[in-house]
Design a protein around this ligand. Structure first.
Ligand code: SF4
Length: 336
């Protein structure tokens, strides 16, 4: 599979009255054609800011450095006019709260038509016809009637389907879905994930799924990037991350995945002790060291480099150094 998007050495810093917030620190990752890449981490890990940096949707106090090569073009150095064409047409976003992406004062039909008329040059009648097809595709019943309604007349799950229909309207090569199911109940969550999976297969659309919950990505992602403290902690295929995780932060995230095969008492989630780092003054060395039960002296002094473990699997942890003391691999983590 060819690379569709390559993010290289991305750094995003916010200038604030309190000082510089180093939200993303030297992040490199790739998204291939037709794959689903999950980007996982607690809030504040830098996962959403990474994607908003690539889309150039951050406030003016953000300084973005590095490159984001999409189909051979560096998005970070494009004129704003060309970037506007790419947003919505080639790359679309789906947010956690569809009300963020939907205009409450306009009908769903108008919001669906807008992009198709602007980006694809469709006539109003052609855009209406395709809007009905799109709502059918994402499972909104009675699409002709629903097109005349406003977002508040839809349930949360139906609004999310509308957002996905809008995202699909111009046949994007890449959809960035930021916590697309977090606000929904479990049944609707499963339906939306199934829908995204089907669309990826049918249209070969690449998907970046941003989530704090590793459980959500199990049946969906091809590869997983785990982020912590604005850096990539581990990256690998979904099997490698679930069956042979190598980074203590990934172990902690896996322990926090609910296990339905366990009794209610056993199913108690293991919260990750401690709090994510303050990115105004990120800890030196490995950003996870203040919370890591395996931390050694070197961890607080120097950031670990990425260690390659297979063609796809890499992790940034001093435990992978040949001179590091052997650590018992927590087997219970991989039994989830
Ligand atoms: Fe823990 Fe050290 Fe590995 Fe960081 S580098 S995850 S502190 S063992």
């Amino acid at each position: 599979m060819n690379n569709l998007l390559s993010i290289e050495n991305l750094r995003t810093t916010f200038k604030t009255y309190a000082g510089d917030v180093q939200a993303v620190r030297d992040v490199s990752l790739t998204v291939r054609e037709g794959e689903c890449l999950a980007v996982v981490g607690e809030s504040g890990s830098g996962k959403s800011v990474t994607m908003l940096s690539v889309m150039r949707l951050l406030a003016n106090n953000a300084r973005i450095e590095g490159r984001a090569i999409f189909q051979g073009v560096d998005l970070l150095s494009l004129p704003e006019r060309e970037m506007r064409r790419i947003r919505g047409k080639d790359i679309a976003m789906v947010f956690q709260d569809p009300m963020t992406g939907l205009n409450p004062t306009l009908t769903v039909g108008l919001q669906l038509r807008e992009g198709m008329m602007y980006h694809l040059g469709l006539s109003r009648a052609e855009a209406d016809k395709r809007a009905v097809e799109l709502l059918n595709l994402v499972g909104v019943p009675e699409p002709e009637r629903r097109l005349k309604q406003y977002p508040h007349e839809f349930s949360g799950g139906m609004r999310q389907r509308v957002m996905i229909a809008i995202a699909l309207a111009c046949n994007p090569r890449l959809i960035i879905a930021d916590e697309p199911t977090t606000a929904l109940d479990v049944t609707i969550q499963a339906q939306i994930l199934d829908l995204l999976k089907r669309l990826k297969k049918e249209f070969n659309t690449s998907i970046i799924m941003i989530t704090h919950n590793l459980g959500v990505v199990a049946g969906m992602a091809d590869r997983v990037v785990v982020m912590y403290g604005g850096r990539v902690a581990e990256v690998g295929t979904v099997e490698e991350i679930f069956e042979e995780p190598k980074h203590p932060y990934t172990w902690a995230l896996l322990r926090a995945v609910p296990r339905l095969d366990r009794s209610a008492r056993e199913r108690r989630l293991e919260a990750i002790p401690g709090s994510p780092p303050n990115m105004l003054q990120p800890p030196p060395g490995c950003p996870f060291h203040p919370r890591c039960p395996y931390a050694m002296n070197v961890c607080a002094a120097e950031a670990p480099a990425m260690t390659p473990l297979s063609d796809e699997h890499r992790a940034a942890c001093w435990l992978l150094h040949p001179d590091a003391p052997p650590v018992e691999f927590p087997q219970e983590v991989t039994e989830a």
